[in-house]
Design a protein around this ligand. Structure first.
Ligand SMILES: Cc1cc2nc3c(=O)[nH]c(=O)nc-3n(C[C@H](O)[C@H](O)[C@H](O)COP(=O)(O)O)c2cc1C
Length: 363
């Protein structure tokens, strides 16, 4: 089937046909009126490339370095829980695809597979995404991520409180039986909770504890792993993270799934890069679906972009092969975009490549 699909939009359309309607709406939807979901895409489209001539050296290299490791394309996998909704192999499929393509997968606290299982199927780069569920659970997860050999921690800070999207309320959507968070029901968690039991059900969506500056300092003091903070939308927050010793920030509005009515990520990216780009690595996610989108983000100072919903689409269509194909499409599109823009390496890509269109907000 995958040879008939040539773009991420093809994958999206196919996944929509294949998945049950309520599951589709849970994955694709956003908060309230979904203005932020839309704005992420619109604002990327509004940024325009201004190609260079006479610079092409006859080769294009789309590889880059993140937190000291080389990846073969500046596209990584955003953390996203419950991947068993899209395919039985869940995060195991995503991890093997991402290691074959040689990029980073960020494995979620809310994954359908425990972090140790995901680590076993991948020789590649894995970061562990942490939701703060209180000091005991958080420390337990950090220790396990260290023991399992994760390369970094990614602390998500934009879900101090969980909300339910209106479509999910209308669908009476609940994560299906058996999709509680494996990280809490496995033996390694030491909580004595068995999967598929009444006790396990509370771990489908355990309460979130807001991350404060004190929490961040506490997490920093617990581990020597590099820390990347996900969910930053303001320069002053990014500066505060850097002052507390983090190595990276992910500019993210959670794909419009939490607070509706906020700016798109590509709009705020430049001010965050200006504030901390010399002191830490800046990543971005939210609506990146084309190689040209990735190139625009890199031009505006991102080290790499991350994708989440397209991973579910790849999984739904063809498991690990689908996810690998999604990443390969983006890599090939980026290659072409760079060739057409007259840039040979990502290091050469800068703001110069973005047209300062008078009709868009100042960059
Ligand atoms: C179904 C789903 C589950 C998600 N779960 C998580 C999660 O557990 N942790 C997290 O930090 N972000 C989570 N996210 C947000 C993504 O990491 C990402 O920020 C967002 O979806 C934007 O990327 P996209 O437009 O490529 O989907 C989830 C997103 C989706 C669609």
């Amino acid at each position: 089937m995958t040879n008939k699909l040539i773009s991420l939009l093809d994958y999206e359309n196919k996944a929509k046909q294949l998945l049950p309607k309520d599951t589709w709406q849970f994955i694709s939807g956003g908060a309230l009126d979904e203005t932020t979901v839309l704005r992420n895409r619109l604002a990327i489209n509004q940024r325009l490339l201004q190609p260079k001539r006479f610079q092409h050296a006859g080769f294009v290299d789309v590889s880059t370095k993140v937190l000291g490791s080389i990846i073969q394309l500046p596209v990584m996998i955003s953390p996203a829980g419950s991947q068993s909704l899209a395919h039985d192999q869940a995060e195991e499929a995503t991890a093997s695809a991402s290691s074959r393509v040689s990029t980073v997968m960020v494995v979620g606290t809310a994954a359908s597979r425990k972090l140790e299982t995901v680590r076993k199927v991948s020789n590649g780069l894995l970061w562990f995404q942490l939701y703060h569920h209180g000091t005991a659970l958080t420390e337990m997860l950090i220790r396990r991520a260290e023991i399992a050999g994760y390369q970094a921690l990614c602390v998500t800070v934009d879900v101090p409180y969980t909300i339910t999207a209106e479509k999910d309320l209308r669908n009476h959507w609940k994560l299906p039986y058996g999709t509680e968070m494996a990280n809490f029901t496995c033996d390694e968690a030491g909580l004595g909770i068995k999967s598929n039991t009444a006790d396990a059900r509370q771990y489908r969506r355990p309460p979130h504890v807001p991350v404060t500056w004190d929490t961040l300092e506490w997490i920093r003091s617990l581990t020597t792993l590099p820390i990347v903070i996900k969910g930053i939308m303001r320069a002053d927050d990014a500066v505060g993270c850097v002052e507390r010793g983090v190595q990276g920030v992910i500019v993210s509005n959670h794909g419009g799934r939490q607070l509706d009515g906020q700016a798109s990520t590509i709009e705020v990216l430049p001010e965050i890069v200006r504030a901390v780009g010399q002191k830490c690595e800046v990543f971005v996610d939210g609506g990146f679906r084309r190689g040209i989108d990735v190139l625009k983000a890199v031009a505006l100072g991102a080290k790499a972009v991350l994708i989440a919903r397209p991973v579910f689409h790849g999984l739904a269509v063809a498991g690990d092969v689908g996810v690998e194909h999604v990443l390969t499409i983006l890599r090939n599109e980026l290659y072409e975009a760079m060739a057409l823009c007259g840039v040979n390496t990502l290091a050469e890509v800068d703001r110069d490549l973005i047209y300062n269109c008078p009709s868009t907000a100042p960059l």
